[in-house]
Design a protein around this ligand. Structure first.
Ligand SMILES: [Cu+2]
Length: 148
């Protein structure tokens, strides 16, 4: 395989492999509600719940009767544990609720969407182009040496 093809393949794969930055999204406990109660995040993002008053939990599931209740997370949201968090690694909707206030409809939903192909930033393009130019220059110099 010609060197320029290897260089081009390295450049393209490097740009495509650039991961999107994972975010941390906060959900506040406000009285007997989560605010915002309905959020959309990207897979790999972390949700951090922020306690303000009272005794609560963040528990995945639609309620205590959900067969998958607490399978992902089931954390106290209290003065002693004011910012529990969970990183979502699977695409899909995740319901959650507060155990003590299930019947006050203290609940929410996290909609986890797949991450689209990241678009390289100008800086990444410039870095890739510079790397390609340096590889090309090295290739030309190596050829001239072998001829001389
Ligand atoms: Cu609660």
């Amino acid at each position: 395989m010609p060197l320029y093809r290897i260089a081009l393949a390295a450049l393209v794969s490097g740009l495509l492999a650039t991961p999107a930055l994972a975010a941390t999204v906060q959900v506040n406990q406000v009285g007997l509600t989560f605010d915002p109660a309905d959020i959309t995040i990207n897979v790999g993002d972390t949700v951090e719940w922020v306690w303000t008053t009272g005794v609560h939990t963040v528990t995945n599931g639609t309620g205590a009767a959900d067969p998958n209740v607490g399978i992902l997370f089931d954390d106290a949201l209290t003065v002693g544990n004011p910012t529990p968090s969970y990183t979502f690694t699977t695409v899909g909707d995740v319901d959650y609720f507060c155990r003590p206030h299930e019947f006050f409809n203290m609940n929410g939903i996290i909609r986890v969407q797949s991450v689209g192909q990241p678009v390289p930033t100008l800086g990444e393009w410039a870095f890739g182009a510079t790397a390609l130019l340096m590889l090309a220059a090295g290739f030309v110099m190596a050829r001239r040496r072998s001829i001389a």
